[in-house]
Ligand binder design. Structure first.
Ligand code: ZN
Ligand code: ZN
Length: 258
């Protein structure tokens, strides 16, 4: 059976935020339940080993938390620092162990990463992920999603060949078109980014759904289960009772069997 383990559930700055002294950041600073590293997900598959989604700047610490020395492949959703900042560290690990890492991401993201970290290509093999790929018995497709003022990201949809189980990872999105929502309809598990509980800023300045919008979207798409990730200090785990049935906030170490 495939297991998914959340290794990071924070937004681009993580929680606590360096400059902030709000109640959630203070609780997080004391090592509490709101402590969040940058978003990433570990997928453990009996046939395909370890797949790691997104490699932010907390990747090294997340690997330690997972007691892992290596991953079999990375999937990268987009080239924002909170999703790729750990790639140079992975590169160094590959260089020292004499391995070549394998990362899948759409061609335009490969180009952006190469612009940012031009040396990675000598130790990390970037494979284009514009067409579906297979990971063990999972068929995985990527598609481009609106990321508001931050441009675009990609979401990933997984479908198991034997069981038909479907799950989606979409950490950075807002204002999805009907077409972009389509792969999420009725999935068994939707992992969706929600940065704020309720974000008061004008829509043109925003880049990720808030919890109230996520609830609306979930009502429409009707996934069996939804787990929210990519959360800022505006989200207090103490408010999980306000989520409808079938929805939950993710936390580091949260494990889901597919
Ligand atoms: Zn992000
Ligand atoms: Zn982003």
């Amino acid at each position: 059976m495939t297991a998914l383990v959340f290794r990071g559930t924070g937004d681009s700055q993580g929680v606590p935020r360096v400059y902030c002294d709000c109640a959630v950041c203070r609780e997080a600073r004391r090592g509490g339940v709101n402590r969040r590293l940058r978003s990433s997900l570990q997928m453990i598959d009996p046939d395909a080993g370890t797949t790691w989604i997104d490699c932010g700047p907390d990747w090294g610490r997340q690997m330690e938390a997972a007691s892992l020395r290596d991953v079999d492949r990375m999937l990268i959703t987009h080239a924002h620092f909170d999703h790729i900042g750990g790639l140079p560290e992975w590169y160094d690990a590959c260089r020292w162990t004499g391995k070549t890492g394998v990362a899948y991401t759409p061609a335009e993201v490969i180009e952006e990463i190469a612009g940012r970290f031009p040396w990675l290509g000598s130790r990390i093999e970037f494979r284009t992920f514009d067409e579906p790929i297979s990971i063990g018995q999972w068929t995985v497709k990527s598609w481009r999603v609106n990321h508001g003022k931050n441009g675009y990201a990609y979401a990933f949809a997984f479908r198991h060949e034997q069981t038909g189980f479907r799950w989606v990872y979409c950490s950075d999105a807002i204002g999805l078109t009907e077409e972009q929502q389509e792969p999420m309809i009725g999935v068994d598990l939707l992992i969706l980014g929600a940065s704020f509980f309720h974000e008061p800023y004008p829509i043109e300045t925003r880049s990720v759904y808030d919890v109230t919008e996520a609830i609306e979207l979930v009502r429409k798409l009707k996934p069996v289960r939804t787990v929210l990730t990519h959360m800022s200090h505006d989200i207090d785990m103490g408010r999980s009772g306000e989520l409808p049935e079938g929805m939950a906030f993710a936390y580091a170490g949260m494990r889901i069997e597919c």
